[in-house]
Structures are given as C-alpha cells and as structure tokens.
Design a protein around this ligand. Structure first.
Ligand SMILES: Nc1nc2c(c(=O)[nH]1)N[C@H]1C(S)=C(S)[C@@H](COP(=O)(O)OP(=O)(O)OC[C@H]3O[C@@H](n4cnc5c(=O)[nH]c(N)nc54)[C@H](O)[C@@H]3O)O[C@H]1N2
Ligand SMILES: Nc1nc2c(c(=O)[nH]1)N[C@H]1C(S)=C(S)[C@@H](COP(=O)(O)OP(=O)(O)OC[C@H]3O[C@@H](n4cnc5c(=O)[nH]c(N)nc54)[C@H](O)[C@@H]3O)O[C@H]1N2
Ligand code: SF4
Ligand SMILES: [Mo]
Length: 720
C-alpha cells in the first residue's frame, strides 16, 4: 500500500481522525509509519495530541506474535499453531458448558474492541451460549453515564455534539480533566473561551488540574460531594426563580419530588460539606442562570463513584430545571473514555445489554434478538450476566470456570488488586487475547491469543459525539495475529455454530449488526464500511431511509420515556463508600496523565512519553506534608485496608487538603509497588455497578529515602 490511509486514533473517546503515511522510501533508515491529523475529519479537523501523534512508534514493540499455551501458571508458555490453540479453547469451553452450563463461561472485553469484534462476541455469548456473562472495562468507565441517561432521559446516548463546544455560553466541567484526557475537545473549548470573554468555564474537581487552571471558577470540592454541590446549585436557581417553568411543565415529570429534595441543600450547608465558599457556589449558580446556553461535560470524577448514577442524574436535573437541553450549545455531555466505548454501548457490550440499545431484562428486546439470530425462543437469559467484579468473585467461589479476556489488562485496572490477582491465580482456565506480550495479565493466562491491533484490521469505532469512523488497515498483522472478531468467530465455528458465523470480512459483520439498530435510538442502518470509506466519518442516528438526522438528540423536546417526558431523578448525597477516619485519614483519588494511556502497553514503549512521565508519584498538599513531616520528593508508603504502595511525594497546592492523588498507569511490570489499585476498593454504585475507583481511605507514612529494593523497572530497560 502506498497511498495515505485514513483512520481513527485508537486512544481516547475524542476520536480524532488520522491520516497514516507510508514509510518514506526516499529516506532510508526511516521505516516508520507516520501519522498526521485528518483535516477532513468532522470531530478533530486535523488536530491531534501527543498520544495520537506518536501512536505508530509502539506498533512493533513487544507484540504478541503467536498463539501460546501452557497447562498451568507455573509452567512456561509454548508456542502452538492456531489450529491446536483454537481446538483447545473450543473443547475446553464445550466441556465447561456441558458440565456447568453457560454461566460458568465469561468474557471480559473492552472499549478498545471495534464494533465488529464486540458484535461477534455478543452473538456467541448472549445468543448461542445463552449466557449474558459478557462484560467490559466500560463497567469501570461509562456505566454510570449509561444508567444516568437511561433513568433521566429514557435512553442512553449523549445528546450533544462537539460543535456545542463552540456555541456554549457556559461550560460546566465536572469530574473531568479534559485538558489531559480529552485534549482535542478541550482545545476546541479553550479557543472558544479565549475568543469570547463573556463565555464562562467552571471546573469542579478536587485537584487544580491543567483544566481547572484556565477556568473562570474552580470549585475544589472534597471528593464525593458532587451531589451536594449540584443540589445546592439547584436550590439557589429555584430560590432565585431562575428556572424554566414552561420546560418543566411541558417536558418533564417528577419535579415536585425534586423540589422537596433540594430544599435540604442551602448554600451554607453545601459549602461546609464540599469544603468551598458560599460565594463560589453562588457564583456557579449565577453563571448557570445568566448563560443562555449551558453545556456540562463530565467523565470519571462523576462516573467512578458508589453514587455514580445519582451524580449523573443530579447533573441532568440541572439541565431539566433550566431547559438546557435539545438546543445548540447546551446539554449534558458525557466524555467517553475509550475510542469505542460508544460503539460498545450500541452493540450491547455490558452484561445487562443487548445490541441496538436493548436490555436483557426486556422481553420484547430478547425476542427481537432471538428471531434475528434464529435462536429458539427463550434462548437469551432475562438476567444480567456477571459484571467485571462479579467475574472476580465468581473465580473466588469456583463458579467461573472459563475466562476469556480481550483487549483489557485487569491485573492493573481492576480495584483491590491483591484480591484480583489471587482470584486470577485460581482460575481453572484463562485466555488472554492481547496485541502485546507481556502484559501484567498474561502472567495469569493459560492461553495467549495474539490480536491484530490498530492499523492491522479494518473495523468501526464511535466517538463521544456519536460519530462513526472506519479504521482502515494499512499493513498486515504482525506474526500470525488475527483480528479479534475473526478469532471469536473461529471458536464459534468449532463449537458448531458455523452457519451463524460464516463471515468472511468485518464489513459483513457490520452489515449484519446495523440491521439490529433499525428504528432504535442508535439507528445506523444507513451505514456500511463502503459508505464510511467513500464519505468519511458519519454521525448517528443515520437510518437508511427518512430524513437526515439532526446533530443533536431531543431537539423536539420529546424523550424516549413512556410519557415522552424527561424525568427528575431526585437523589440525596450519600458520600463516599469508604470515608476517611482517624486510622486512614486521607482520601486517595486516582486518574490519568496527559501522555500515558492506561496500563502503558503502548505509551510505556514510546521514549518521548516516558520522558514526559518517567515515574509514578503521589500528590500531597503542603499542609498535609508538613503535618506528616514529608519533604518534596521524599518517599512515602501509602496504606489502605487492602494493600500498600510506595511513591516519591510531589508536594503541591494543586491537590485539595486531606486528599492525595496517584496516577493509575503503573502496573507491576513498569515500577514496583506503584499500583494505584493495590489501594482501591471494589464497592460500586448500586445502579450502574461501577466501582468507586476515585476514592478510598489511606494512611501515609514517611519512608524518607527510596526503599533499597525499589526499581522503576521499565520493560524496555530490562530487555535491551
Ligand atoms: N492521557 C490520557 N487520556 C485518556 C486516558 C488515558 O489513559 N490517558 N483514558 C481515557 C479514558 S478510558 C477515560 S475513562 C477518560 C477519563 O477522563 P477523566 O475522567 O477526565 O480522567 P481522570 O484523571 O480519571 O479523572 C478526572 C478527574 O476526576 C477528579 N475527581 C476525583 N474525585 C472526584 C470527585 O469526587 N468529584 C469530582 N468532581 N471530581 C473528582 C480527579 O481529580 C481527576 O482530575 O480519559 C480518556 N483519555
Ligand atoms: N484506580 C483506577 N483504576 C482504573 C481507572 C481509574 O481512573 N483509576 N480507570 C478505569 C477505566 S475508566 C478504564 S477504561 C480502565 C482501562 O484499563 P485497561 O483496559 O486494563 O487498560 P489498557 O491499558 O487500555 O488495556 C487495553 C489492553 O488491550 C490491548 N490491546 C490494544 N489493542 C488491542 C486490540 O486491537 N485487540 C486486543 N485483543 N487487544 C488490544 C493492550 O495491549 C492492553 O493490554 O481502567 C480502569 N481502572
Ligand atoms: S485527543 Fe484522544 S483521539 Fe485525539 S489524538 Fe489525542 S488521544 Fe487520540
Ligand atoms: Mo475509561
């Protein structure tokens, strides 16, 4: 291939279009593929951040090249052929299924799978095997946003689009560090903010992040007090009469319950609970009331909480109270984390969902799927399958006997890691299907399946603003790696479902899937690989018949609920699941850095990015450091009820007092005793079942010097 190839950045949910340029024949020695932003892409208009710009530098480092198998975890892997490996996987799955039923089988996937990969997995697990035990790392990421949208608006699906970033009068960013985590979304917003002095930017975050740095108002609330703040703003708006009465009357339900709840949030009370001033709460409410168009943006500071869904609903309540939805420049806009977290939702990639924004608990929805997949009536289970954490507890009890992990690295990213690792060690049979080797999780696998990754397979992904982009292959897979959908389909064929998995290309998989979206909120019956290739990225809804759809959802102010009205879902604040106490006096929060992507399988192998973020660290407020007698760069041990970790201290006013911050990126392969999740707990939101990865109680002890046995390993250094 010699022409430039258009594709999508495979990192974050912003979904920037990329153009890949073939290695330059005229400059020998430079054999790398290069990328640049695709100016024609509607979401990013040619912009990229450091991660997108350096993506090709990692595509040949430490790849998983061949299938590998071993009898038990204490043995070395041996290379095997695809035939031998797939036969082993299929026969093991079959014997577990026959002995213990479908519920002993689990697949744990990822928002980094393409839509086609996801679809084939849903058809095999939820359809043919009749188990809903497919969950993905979106459980740790977007499931509170999904549950909140469904409860408040009747359906999942962010109603806004990126053009709203340039049309808003007030951006309310809560629990998101967009400058580092959604850089191109943030660029667009920041340009608009700079250009128009009357446009306001409010940031709610216990840390003074680069996002908060440029805000007109930074509300550095104590972790877990978001609902207090949101209800407090609602209290003031109502008190001042700054609410949209006709919108409330005509387009919403349950307002009186909400009015009752917010009465309990007067500003003095809220200020005390949140640890901010009354004046700042009033200013935030003023910005809301004085702005014609308010756009709120959120991510994990809201979702990763034991009251995540309630936080999302409380935020949407503010939009309903002020009629800030369904019009340009306004609305509640969740920023999706992974490149295809949205596609995963379309295709039903969580344990309670089915393709086409359907739910396993809905009789009609199951019937739709059973007919479409030509399965016997009653084949699909009406009960949600195991969530990510339930898979771990299922390994503990022995109920899970077959675990297939695809495109995620749970030995770093799940909470309470010691428990996770102990459970994985007990697993009778684990498959790790990854593009890289080793990862922290491959140590717990019996079978390694090498996956073709970005650039080596063609498929689709959907970004935060519902834009679907075709990610085209531009080079063959390394070694004998295969596309994820193909691997899953080959196992399905060996299980006797050949007629249902006779796909010969991912384009065929897509054609089948889109039929399942007909007349659903995420209707994409008008899309195909061919169309996306010739016309470029396209936003949904995109039906194959009827009018061109609007860029925004709910512009007619009708909502997909039973009565067509959006619902006020009133919630009281419950606070943190594990609040600090005298023994564990600090709240640990965790998150991301600009250059690194999650568990570093790619960014850890890129020099430029390693130089940007060479080592893990812990942020501590100067007041707390003083009390603990800790100087900048001194080593500390952080202990929670579940585990320990050690870091050099970074003493900074950027973190609120009583709160400390650790980045999530360092698993045990990259630095010793530096895992944020050694400390976190698995308690989750009762509605979304998303764990509270953003807060746990810890104590901090000075070590003064670097522990003698510490090594910031780096795979690259140890291997070269
Ligand atoms: N550079 C980079 N970008 C990424 C990723 C990456 O790994 N690296 N990953 C992608 C993915 S999958 C995701 S999900 C997104 C995540 O994107 P974000 O959610 O923006 O990122 P985080 O750093 O996890 O958390 C955001 C902020 O939540 C704050 N926070 C903690 N507790 C609370 C609280 O109780 N209330 C409030 N209001 N805020 C709180 C933290 O201080 C933190 O600054 O990023 C995506 N983009
Ligand atoms: N403490 C704490 N923990 C967190 C979070 C937090 O904020 N704090 N955030 C949570 C969130 S929001 C998320 S999204 C998760 C992310 O956590 P993970 O999903 O565990 O992180 P990644 O490093 O992105 O793992 C993706 C894996 O897929 C592999 N891969 C890449 N491309 C392909 C492909 O095409 N096919 C296959 N089969 N494999 C591929 C990569 O090599 C990598 O091993 O972490 C969660 N955990
Ligand atoms: S903003 Fe996100 S999608 Fe865009 S280049 Fe950066 S990591 Fe990739
Ligand atoms: Mo995420």
């Amino acid at each position: 291939m010699t022409d430039n190839v258009k594709t999508l950045c495979p990192y974050c949910g912003v979904g920037c279009g990329l153009e890949v340029l073939p290695p330059n024949a005229s400059s020998p020695g430079n054999s790398n593929w290069k990328v640049k932003g695709d100016r024609a892409h509607p979401s990013s208009k040619g912009m990229v951040c450091v991660k997108g710009a350096t993506i090709t530098e990692s595509i040949d480092c430490d790849r998983a090249l061949y299938p590998m198998i071993r009898e038990s975890l204490d043995q070395p892997f041996r290379r095997a052929s695809w035939d031998e490996t797939l036969d082993l996987v299929a026969s093991r799955l079959k014997s577990v299924y026959e002995k213990s039923g479908g519920d002993a089988v689990c697949m744990y996937g990822s928002g980094q799978m393409q839509t086609e990969d996801y679809y084939v997995a849903q058809k095999l697990l939820k359809g043919c095997l009749g188990t809903n035990n497919f969950d993905s790392n979106s459980r740790l990421c977007m499931s509170s946003a999904v549950a909140g949208y469904v409860q408040s608006l009747g359906s999942d699906g962010p109603p806004c689009c990126y053009d709203d970033l340039e049309l808003t009068d007030c951006a309310f960013i809560i629990g998101a560090n967009a400058a580092e985590c959604h850089p191109i979304v943030f660029n667009r917003l920041q340009k608009h903010h700079k250009r128009h002095h009357d446009v306001k930017l409010i940031v709610v975050d216990p840390r003074r992040t680069p996002t908060a740095e440029v805000a007109d108002l930074h509300l550095a609330i104590q972790p877990g007090t978001d609902i207090d703040l949101l209800n407090g703003i609602a209290y003031l708006l109502r008190h001042w009469g700054e609410i949209d009465k006709s919108f409330i009357d005509e387009c919403t339900s349950q307002f009186s319950d909400f009015a009752e709840v917010i009465q309990h949030y007067p500003p003095q009370e809220v200020a005390k609970r949140c640890g901010i001033s009354v004046a700042d709460i009033e200013l935030a409410a003023r910005y809301w009331s004085q702005s014609e168009r308010v756009l709120s943006l959120w991510s994990q500071g809201v979702n990763q909480s034991s009251e995540g869904t309630a936080k999302v609903c409380s935020l949407i309540n503010l939009h309903l109270l002020t009629g800030q939805i369904g019009k340009p420049g306004s609305g509640p806009f969740s920023l999706t984390g992974q490149p295809n977290a949205m596609g995963g939702r379309e295709v039903g990639g969580l344990a309670h969902l089915l393709p086409g924004y359907r739910s396993v608990s809905n009789d009609q929805h199951r019937q739709d799927l059973e007919q479409f997949w030509q399965l016997p009536p009653g084949q699909i289970s009406p009960y949600p399958g195991r969530t990510a954490w339930d898979i771990i507890t299922g390994l503990e009890t022995g109920e899970v006997e077959f675990l297939w992990i695809v495109a995620t690295n749970p030995a770093v990213s799940l909470p309470d890691l010691e428990r996770v690792k102990a459970a994985l060690s007990k697993s009778p049979f684990t498959i790790c299907q990854d593009a890289y080797y080793p990862t922290e999780t491959t140590a717990y696998a019996h079978v390694l399946l090498p996956a073709a990754q970005w650039g080596e397979k063609t498929g689709t992904m959907t970004n935060s603003e519902r834009v679907v982009t075709l990610c085209s292959a531009f080079r063959p897979p390394v070694g004998s790696a295969l596309a994820d959908w193909d691997i899953i389909a080959q196992v399905a064929k060996r299980l006797g479902f050949g007629d249902k998995f006779a796909f010969t290309s991912s384009a065929q998989v897509y054609d089948e899937f889109v039929q399942l979206t007909r007349d659903r909120p995420c209707d994409i019956t008008g899309l195909s690989h061919e169309k996306l290739l010739t016309e470029g990225a396209i936003q949904w809804p995109c039906p194959d018949k009827g009018d061109i759809s609007p860029k925004r959802l709910y512009t007619d102010l009708r909502f997909p609920t039973a009565d067509g009205r959006a619902k006020f879902t009133s919630c009281h604040s419950r606070g943190l699941a594990e609040p600090p106490d005298p023994e564990y006096p600090f709240v640990l929060t965790t998150g991301r850095l600009y250059g690194h992507w999650h568990t570093q399988t790619r960014t850890g192998r890129i020099d430029k990015i390693r130089q940007m973020h060479p080592e893990p660290f812990i942020e501590i407020h100067p007041r707390d450091a003083h009390k603990l007698g800790i100087a900048d760069n001194e080593w500390v041990e952080v202990r929670s009820r579940r585990g320990i970790a050690q870091f050099p201290a970074k003493i900074t006013k950027a973190i609120a007092p009583n709160t400390v911050f650790v980045p999530m990126h360092w698993g045990y392969l990259w630095a010793e005793k530096s895992e944020a999740n050694a400390l976190t707990h698995p308690i989750s939101c009762p509605d979304s079942l998303q764990p509270e990865l953003k807060a746990c109680a810890v104590q901090i002890v000075s070590l003064a010097v670097k522990p003698a046995d510490y090594s910031s390993v780096s795979l690259l250094q140890t291997r070269s």
